[in-house]
Design a protein around this ligand. Structure first.
Ligand code: KG4
Ligand code: ZN
Length: 365
């Protein structure tokens, strides 16, 4: 991703370009953009270790992530999580060649905890630091499977839903985006309406697996263009549940969940395949927490097979937030030499524009 952003918020790729130094050896990676505290060791594009300490239980009582609570918990968990990642990789501090860290987008307090820690680790050992954009990280999860760009990547998480045309490395152009909610948000809000826990995507997925997706007909209400829209679907679920007797809704919870998931998945699959077609791309990939959805993985696999598209599905552990994906992205980004990164700042929103890096349309590849 390149950027035209100005001011404090500075996307990773630009920050790195200020002084690139090559990195050979293990990269210690830190990811704290939301409510997962994660560290990993990635070396030569291989994930040596990946530790994720979820704060889900802590936030579940509030029905959503409380930013201040998340930041404080990151400060408590990070030292242990980093130590565990090094041990699991069989590495010591003296082996670390560089530190990679998510600098945005995400919760600013959470990001700052990870960035401050990463700067401290790197500064103390005079190591270079690689600032990484969270979305580039999600996309790079696919590099664990060796996919070759160019490819169309559906990035669907709790905070973002977009179609990225990945040109090379982790540079991408936004071909489509959601006009309202993110797909993960649609899952989480739907889960809440169905009386499931937080975050509800995974639970809704499990419930839907036992249901009949043809039970309720949710309107597609999808915008005609390339972009996504999920807020109408969430409202449709609300009215569907309101329109049923309590006993009926309870008896058919799995069927309603399956129908609701089916409507989200249908839109994600249709728009992704249409994007690949419009861009002349033969390779498709998934990224982000929603890429863990079993219905999406199945439907995308079937559809891509039917269309003759090559599909990459990242391993489940690399779909939801994790530091290993940050290390996989770091391998495609320049490192900032010691101590130039001390002034580096985090950014809360991506400021993505539709054509960050315009690429000519190509013939089908
Ligand atoms: O990428 P991620 O871990 O964090 C963000 O960057 O937002 O994505 C989290 C989102 C949540 O909305 C969560 O409910 C959703 O991904 N999610 C799922 C599944 N696993 C996680 N949604 C549907 N099905 C799943 N199996
Ligand atoms: Zn994420």
């Amino acid at each position: 991703m390149s950027s035209g952003r100005a001011g404090r918020a500075r996307p990773a790729a630009d920050a790195g370009r200020r002084g690139a130094v090559p990195v050979a050896g293990p990269i210690l990676c830190v990811e704290t953009s939301c409510d997962d505290t994660s560290a990993a060791v990635v070396e030569a594009a291989q994930v040596r270790s990946s530790i994720v300490s979820s704060q889900n239980e802590l936030h579940a009582q509030f029905g959503g992530v409380v930013p201040e609570v998340a930041s404080r918990r990151h400060t408590e968990l990070l030292p242990t999580v980093v130590a565990e990642a090094l041990v699991a990789a069989g590495r010591g501090w003296d082996d670390v060649a560089a530190v990679a860290v998510t600098v945005g987008p995400g919760l600013i307090g959470s990001l700052l905890v990870g960035l401050a820690a990463a700067k401290a680790f790197a500064y103390a050992r005079r190591l270079p630091l690689i600032p990484v954009d969270h979305l580039q990280g999600h996309i790079a999860a696919n590099y664990a499977l060796g996919v070759e760009p160019p490819f169309a990547c559906l990035v669907a998480s709790g905070g973002h839903t977009l179609l990225a045309v990945v040109e090379e490395g982790v540079s991408f152009r936004v071909a489509a985006r959601t006009m309202d909610d993110a797909a993960g948000e649609a899952f989480d809000k739907g889960a809440r309406l169905l009386g499931l826990g937080y975050p509800g995507g995974k639970e809704l997925d499990a419930l839907a697996a036992r249901g009949d997706a043809a039970f309720a007909a949710f309107p597609r209400a999808v915008p005609r263009g390339r972009d996504f829209s999920f807020s109408g679907l969430k409202t449709a679920l609300l009215y569907d549940l309101r329109g049923r007797a309590v006993e009926e809704a309870e008896a058919h919870r799995a069927d309603i969940a399956a129908s609701y998931q089916g409507a989200i998945v249908r839109q994600l699959v249709d728009k992704t395949v249409a994007c690949a077609d419009a861009e002349g791309l033969r390779r498709v990939a998934l990224a982000g927490g929603v890429a863990a959805n079993s219905g999406l993985r199945r439907a995308m696999t079937e559809r891509c097979a039917a269309e003759g598209l090559h599909l990459t599905l990242p391993p489940l552990a690399l779909c939801t937030d994790n530091a290993a994906m940050i290390g996989l992205a770091a391998g495609h980004l320049p490192a900032v030499p010691w101590p130039d990164y001390l002034a580096l700042d985090a950014y809360a929103s991506s400021g993505l524009k539709r054509t960050l890096r315009p690429a000519p349309r190509r013939d089908r590849r």
